[in-house]
Design a protein around this ligand. Structure first.
Ligand code: AR6
Length: 169
């Protein structure tokens, strides 16, 4: 059985098989959690590894080593930018979680920690994003129980609360 849990932490400190980065389609690093991950993993190595993909579409995901991080892998997924909700944002966000979980399972990960994809500068409403994330994770782990634990790594109490609430519903 796979468990889902919420932790409040800096994702770059987590010793898990994979962490999931809220990336951009250029995979060139940026601000927010993406910037923190690139700095902690080692800019030069991670940028070189990311460059090999020539970008990544919204809702898709790619995997690189974790380099200097305690995590073995980094899964990079560009979530959707919120444009009001009528631009396929919900499906694209679900795709980000789905494809990241698929990559984690394909790489024999036992545990994977997600950042709160799209809910920072991309502006996706937090409660709505949390519901989509938890539903997608639950649907996935029902069919594939190779992961032992899926962690949502929140950086602030409001984010942690939203995902805890989505789990409780
Ligand atoms: N550990 C865990 N979560 C964090 C950390 C951290 N060290 N730092 C920030 N967060 P965002 P997005 C949280 O904006 O909305 C970047 O520039 C943050 O509080 O990082 O998907 C990319 O390059 C928020 O809850 O991601 C893209 O251009 C969550 O991570 C763009 O931002 C996501 O916020 C992606 O925007």
């Amino acid at each position: 059985m796979t468990t889902i849990k919420v932790v409040e932490a800096d994702i770059t400190t987590l010793k898990v098989d994979a962490i999931v980065n809220a990336a951009n389609t250029g995979l060139r690093g940026g601000g927010g959690v993406d910037g923190a991950i690139h700095r902690a993993a080692g800019m030069a190595e991670l940028n070189a590894a990311c460059a090999k993909f020539h970008g990544c579409r919204t809702g898709e995901a790619v995997i690189t080593p974790g380099f200097k991080l305690p995590a073995k892998y980094i899964i990079h997924t560009p979530g959707p930018v919120w444009h009001g909700g009528n631009h396929n944002e919900d499906q694209l966000l679900a795709n980000s979680y789905q494809h990241s979980l698929e990559l984690a399972a394909q790489n024999n990960c036992r545990d994977v920690a997600f950042s709160s994809i799209s809910t920072g500068v991309y502006g996706f409403p937090l409660e709505r994003a949390a519901k989509i994330a938890i539903k997608t994770i639950r649907d996935f782990i029902q069919k594939d129980d190779s992961l032992k634990e899926v962690i949502i790594c929140a950086f602030d109490p409001r984010t942690a609360k939203a995902y805890r609430q989505a789990i409780a519903e």
